[in-house]
Design a protein around this ligand. Structure first.
Ligand code: GAL
Length: 882
């Protein structure tokens, strides 16, 4: 067949694909006790959680391609009801909520999609994904056997399933959707509803299946799920999990590869050695579908973050970081693991359950060997299909075990994977080969590591010219109203704003004044119970505040004779997203608000007339929008002006050049919200994490979110992401609302980063992964033992290796940024690495004497350690930080 003809066929099929609007040849999805069956074949699947509204549509293609490159087969997302139906009956599927576009992009990249509709999703998302109007539907009770709730839930779930069908996005239509989820961890709260809980769960399962989506449904953490729904596991480890029927496969819907955090808390990290261990153990013990929660966490833009009190970043310590950059070595080490699981897939799917071999007190093997009824001894390992996992769950000791006649040394808390039941291709605890360690990104300007990297004079303040306008304290419009008593916060704001002003007036007699004076006491304002944040003002003067979740507030106040205005600003910082009875939760104040310590006993302010003002004037005017017609009354705010609390600030700025992510540093600010070109980039709050509790992290042993934390004594979040697509080249509008007395002049902007990448690989490391796909291996004309390990270094896209900071082939010591030469060192180390890497985006170096011009020290295992610096290709390093 000539070349031209081949091209014609290719062109025709491409055209066919476009015309048919299909992403795959239609295929069926079913399951048995072992795995999902896709188009007739059992599959071992790696799934990657990405929540579409936590990125912009412009970021999606890159995220999806990095996910695919990382070795995932499936992308998972929740569906965010409150984003899609902000007003009852008015649907929204545009911008970051264009779920159809997201699903299609996943499909066109050749990945499958796992859609978790919920529509309760938890997810550290405002109100767990429920629209706030839902709590106002008369007679409603959430997530129980309540007709009204069920009607609303069914309407939304059906809407989503129908939309996906209309767009032909299910597998049997040639789309990427292979699996769906209804509800979310309902098993955790089912008993709170008594028998109605179970009835609701069964209803939800039936309702979902009744929508004829044509693909399997799952319920996570639902031990009593009906037989036609797969119950699945969520957690840090799921290798011991068994579904509630032996007809169902073992699925892990949420592998928590990091964790979220709250304002004022430390930042959690999960070591990749432990994460890889958990994944390998899962597949070792019969699991077949595993989803990373999250593979990319992203950002809680606007007021989408749940809580209360969750920060704007949802980085989650995921393999792809908040900005869409690879987080190393997490991404790279997992990529290697995924490639190895792929190598084992033929054996894993061929076997109904593995053979278990006890290797030691805390060591065990699981062997997946297909019984080949064939006496041909010359079968290669692919044909004979045998793969094995050797685990050492001892947290402390490295152990040498014997397996099928050979000895294997297993580091503590690790799994070795043997795709051919003989050669170790991967060990979960050995990060180094084909992986790089990335350090220092948007580091803090007060961090010594940062100062070492760059000249602090180059930190760029976003602007030298600011305008400001003050936000009134208390009532600002005639939309205020007066009511006798204390109204629940959300009943008034409907969550259109975080802020609700409550004002009352109290008359203080001369008698009381002298009583306080004579006894040298002040009266005390007490609030029985409050959440999330309250500021207290007397006669427009700020006198104190409190934050917490349903806490008592006790605030001494100074009152003057005659009328005094008491103003309370109640604030929400992300609505509750977890638990039963969310609709009853509410916000603001509970119980009584009193003035205690008065001459004639306590005064119950709860019985007073209160004037209510929801939201801020600036929010109402939309003074953050790019519409020039808004007359907000901005005036110039000179550098030496004394900042006052409750101020709006605005400025214009040029976007940093290049393609790197852009971030704002709000460390100098207090608390507020920010908008760029009218886009709400989120809440900010400079709350400092506790000084201690950040321990050096040991990957060994069970992980929990307190185990490995950073940022002690520093703000939980300092950097705030502005997606590139929200910026134009010049004259971008930044508007911020600041609650405290902070000046905006110190706000800085940064893009373009230089990063340090390290890698360390020894001569006796595993052969490079690509060796396994070599036909020489399959034909056994080559032995894996003779294959030479490689060291890989890779900068982010648009970056090149600008300098080699360290290179030593021999016996170098230390770890990244602390490497030093050992007693053995090849004099060619630097020149070999430089030659191979400098000026390139990435490079690989074989770790062998031949490459380094001879053996620098006989009979010693040599290691190659390298540290390089990557810089933006289009900028010189000095221009980088400008
Ligand atoms: C799970 C929940 C997720 C998310 C996670 C913590 O229990 O299903 O939605 O909230 O916890 O990040």
């Amino acid at each position: 067949m000539g070349f031209g003809f081949q091209w014609m066929i290719l062109a025709l099929s491409v055209q066919f694909l476009i015309v048919a609007g299909e992403y795959f040849k239609p295929f069926n999805v079913s399951y048995d006790h072992r795995a999902l069956i896709i188009d007739g074949k059992r599959r071992m699947l790696i799934s990657a959680g990405i929540h579409y509204p936590r990125a912009t549509p412009e970021m999606w293609p890159d995220l999806i391609s990095k996910t695919k490159e990382g070795g995932a087969d499936v992308v998972e997302t929740y569906v965010f009801w409150n984003g899609h139906e902000p007003v009852k009956g008015q649907y929204y599927f545009e911008g970051r909520y264009d779920i159809m576009k997201f699903v299609k992009q996943v499909g066109s990249s050749g990945l499958y999609l796992f859609l978790r509709i919920g529509p309760y999703v938890c997810a550290e998302w405002n109100f767990g994904g429920f629209p706030v109007w839902l709590r106002d539907v008369p007679g409603i009770e959430f997530r129980t056997d309540n007709v009204i709730f069920k009607e609303e839930m069914q309407r939304f779930v059906k809407k989503i399933v129908d939309l996906m069908k209309e767009e032909s996005l299910f597998s049997w239509q040639g789309g990427p959707i292979i699996m769906l989820q209804i509800e979310n961890e309902y098993g955790n709260i089912e008993s709170s509803f008594g028998p109605r809980g179970k009835d609701y769960m069964i209803w939800a399962a039936k309702m979902a299946v009744g929508l004829d989506a044509g693909v399997p449904w799952v319920m996570c953490k639902q031990v009593d799920a009906p037989e036609y729904i797969i119950d699945t596991c969520n957690g840090y480890y799921c290798d011991g999990f068994k579904p509630n029927s032996d007809k169902k496969p073992i699925f892990w819907t949420e592998n928590w590869d990091g964790w979220y955090t709250s304002w004022g808390d430390r930042v959690p990290h999960r070591p990749v050695e432990d994460l890889a261990f958990a994944v390998a153990r899962f597949f070792q013990r019969g699991g077949s579908f595993q989803n990373y929660y999250m593979y990319f966490g992203g950002t809680n833009f606007g007021r989408t973050s749940g809580g209360p009190n969750y920060i704007t970043s949802y980085d989650y310590d995921a393999p792809i970081d908040e900005y869409g950059l690879l987080s190393q070595p997490k991404w790279g080490h997992l990529k290697d693991l995924h490639a190895i699981i792929k190598l084992c897939e033929p054996a894993l799917v061929a076997v109904d359950s593995p053979q278990y071999i006890k290797l030691g007190p805390k060591q065990e093997a699981h062997v997946y060997r297909e019984n080949v009824h064939n006496s041909d001894q010359n079968l290669s390992f692919y044909e004979s299909k045998c793969s094995a996992f050797l685990a050492n769950i001892d947290e402390h000791k490295s152990v040498t075990v014997k397996f099928l006649g050979r000895a294997y040394t297993l580091p503590p808390w690790s799994v070795s994977v043997l795709p051919d039941c003989k050669n170790v291709a991967f060990n979960t605890a050995k990060v180094g080969a084909q992986t790089s360690i990335k350090t220092v990104r948007f580091d803090d300007i007060n961090d010594p590591a940062y100062l070492q990297m760059m000249d602090p004079n180059q930190v760029t303040h976003i602007s030298e010219s600011w305008n400001s306008v003050k936000e009134p304290i208390g009532v600002w419009s005639n939309s205020n109203f007066t009511f006798q008593g204390i109204l629940e916060h959300l009943n008034v704001t409907k969550d259109r704003s975080d802020y609700l002003w409550y004002t009352t007036r109290i008359h203080i007699s001369e008698e009381n004044i002298s009583f306080w004076k004579d006894n040298q006491i002040s009266p005390v304002l007490t609030i029985d119970s409050m959440r999330d944040l309250v500021y207290i003002y007397v006669n427009s003067q700020f006198i104190g505040g409190a934050k917490g979740k349903w806490i008592k507030v006790v605030q001494p106040v100074n009152l003057t004779q005659g009328y005094n205005d008491i103003t309370l600003l109640s604030q929400t910082v992300g609505l509750q997203n977890y638990g039963a009875f969310l609709e009853k939760d509410g916000a603001g104040f509970r119980g009584q608000i009193k003035l205690t310590g008065c001459k004639n006993g306590d005064i119950d302010l709860t019985e007073f007339m209160w004037t209510y003002q929801a939201g801020l004037k600036g929010e109402f005017l939309k003074i953050f929008s790019t519409d020039d017609n808004i007359s907000a009354g901005w005036t110039e705010f000179p550098r030496d002006a004394i900042p006052s609390s409750f101020s709006w600030y605005k400025t214009h700025f040029d976007a940093p050049g290049g393609v790197d992510p852009v971030v704002l540093n709000f460390r100098s600010m207090g608390k507020g919200q920010a908008w760029v070109n009218g886009h709400h980039i989120g809440r900010y709050w400079t709350l400092i994490a506790p000084k201690d509790g950040c321990k050096t992290c040991d990957y060994r042993g069970s992980y929990d979110s307190d185990k490995c934390t950073t940022n002690c004594g520093k703000p939980t979040q300092s950097w705030y992401h502005i997606p590139r697509s929200w910026l134009q080249a010049a004259d971008n509008l930044l508007v911020i609302f600041e609650e405290t007395e902070k000046t905006p002049f110190e706000i800085s902007i940064k893009s373009g980063f230089s990063e340090t990448i390290c890698a360390k690989v020894s001569e006796n490391h595993y052969p490079p992964l690509h060796a396994w796909s070599s036909p020489n291996i399959t034909n056994r004309t080559f032995s894996l033992n003779t294959m030479i390990p490689e060291l890989h270094l890779q900068c982010d896209a648009g970056h090149t290796i600008s300098s080699i900071e360290f290179a030593s082939y021999g016996t170098p010591r230390g770890s990244c940024r602390k490497f030093s030469k050992g007693s053995c060192h090849s004099p060619n180390s630097f020149s070999v690495v430089s030659e191979a890497c400098k000026g390139r985006n990435g490079c690989s170096i074989a770790v062998s004497n031949a490459v380094f011009g001879g053996d620098p020290c006989h009979r010693v295992v040599k290691t190659l350690s390298v540290e390089i610096r990557c810089s933006s290709s289009s900028y010189s390093s000095s221009a980088l930080m400008k």
